[in-house]
Ligand binder design. Sequence first.
Ligand code: 0RA
Length: 649
Amino acid sequence: MSEKKEEFNKHNYSADSIQALEGMEHVRMRPSMYIGDVGVRGLHHLVYEVVDNSIDEALAGHCDNITVTINEDNSITTEDDGRGIPVDLHKKEGVSALEVVMTKIGAGGKFDKDSYKVSGGLHGVGVSCVNALSEHLKATVYRGGKIYEQEYERGKAMYPVKQVGDTDKRGTTVTFKPDATIFTQTLEYSYDTLASRLRELAYLNKGITIHLVDKRSKKEDGEFEGETFHSEEGLKEFIKFLDGNREPLMRDVISFEGEKNGVPVEVAMIYNTSYAENLHSYVNNINTHEGGTHLSGFRRGLTHTLKKYADSSGMLDKLKFDIQGDDFREGLTAIISVKVQEPQFEGQTKTKLGNREVSASVSQAVSEMLTDYLEEHPDDAKTIVQKVILAAQARHAAQKARDMVQRKTVMSIGGLPGKLSDCSEQDPTKCEVFLVEGDSAGGTAKQGRDRAFQAILPLRGKILNVEKAMTHKVFENEEIKNIFTALGVTIGTEEDSKALNLSKLRYHKVVIMCDADIDGSHIATLILTFFFRYMKELIENGHIYIATPPLYLVKKGAKKQYAWSDKERDEILEEFGENSKIQRYKGLGEMNAEQLWDTTMNPEFRTMRLVQIDNGGEADRIFSMLMGDEVPPRREFIEKNAIYANIDA
Ligand code: 0RA
């Protein structure tokens, strides 16, 4: 707190305004400090913050059902059947405890010190923060046979808590409408985003039933759109869901659940026929993207146990090369979930667990569950060891291919790919590179760009589908080698052969520019799959963008305007009136250099989509589905999400 005050004093705030700013006002003044951002992520974060309170109530054993409703006006209602927020007088504050919970920052857990409260959003800021950032919020508490109610405007109570009726229900209902003056980018909730987080929560907290209802759209039978998430087996089922599009190498999901050194640990894992390593780790239901002590504990336990088994099996006796840590993780999908009382989060995005003691807990849990499993399933054990040997073999082949990539990088300018048209600016933070499908579009882009800071790398045809290719094939691929060298990214350390070195990244904006049709989006997806599997940090650090070329040019006489959707096209047609001409752009190649610059490359006018990973598990599942072997789920996804379908028709 004293730190905050110091900061305000620097800005010459009076003592009074410091007081006033301390709580809810400060949240409204600096919302990003509390919820990360005020864009689409922050908007959804509000829901998670409220739901987390209900999850806590469920984890304490007092609540079974949670319902989240997206109302027609994009307000949100969450309901639970817990004990209900207490409404009796809070002695210190002199108002109802409900009012304290709703209007005092950081008051959330103060009532129930003994309860096992571990969930809590990324920033763990509590429901009062949601209240501060809502133009209107209504809390209804069903408790002790009575119904209580209080409403708020931008975090301020409109009246004291009042009793409004009798009930035999228990629980808490909160309805809030995000403040349009804070969330200026968008107020529209995404069903899919909420659904994947609630599904994840249901897997992470087995036994709880979470309903999602979308009152904005109705199904054919007249019911509202919606889903119910519930898992009896927790992480075991989560693994099956994540790996649904991959072929398992073993009969069972291997799993562990229990407490180690006072830390509740849950682990589930399976090997599949792919080459990807898919580790998802959670602390108190928060996805720890940057890993941390629980993840390193998992790795250590896995390597140690498998190595011991493999050594004693004699299968490694004739091996001519060493086996490394990451050989044990090829084709592995695993989830590690721990509950930590006082988590220390570190790292760039505060999603790396720092608590030392957790490492040993997870490592022990893994050793125990794996040792048991290997003993009880000797066939599966053999399959795993064979897979590890193959991975080590492939790694040696890949290392050779990678050395080739590396050597090229070192050769500075001479080593840059011949196809790259570089920019003249030397400061990477100012530089952009466009990855362009095809040589002809590449030519147009080269003419159209601002060569001072924009580079062009044409890619030929379809790039390799890395989802189906072995690692060494990926590093031998010409186009992929070009991407590595052009970007100045190197890969591989002693410990982790897939670790990235981004210190020499040559462009801070990497823009994927493809045709606005089915083929173009397929190629964009292939390139994205490559970045997701081999350069994930580039996405996580916000370096990857997708260019959005226009779909139409509407002309009338000297007037011309571009359109990015059918709706926009129709609006322009309306404005221009009769005798307007429409040109449909099927590909980048149909635009001349000037048009491409005006619409898609000029920073003043273009819109680019920043690629973000909202939900790591969901992203993994979708890439494995889109680019994997199974055709039917892919077709279904494309049909459901076919933005371009009407253009190609
Ligand atoms: C503090 C104490 C008690 C319940 C809660 C908080 C509570 C908060 C929320 C927020 C959403 N749903 C909730 N359900 C419960 C209960 C203390 C007691 O009854 O002894």
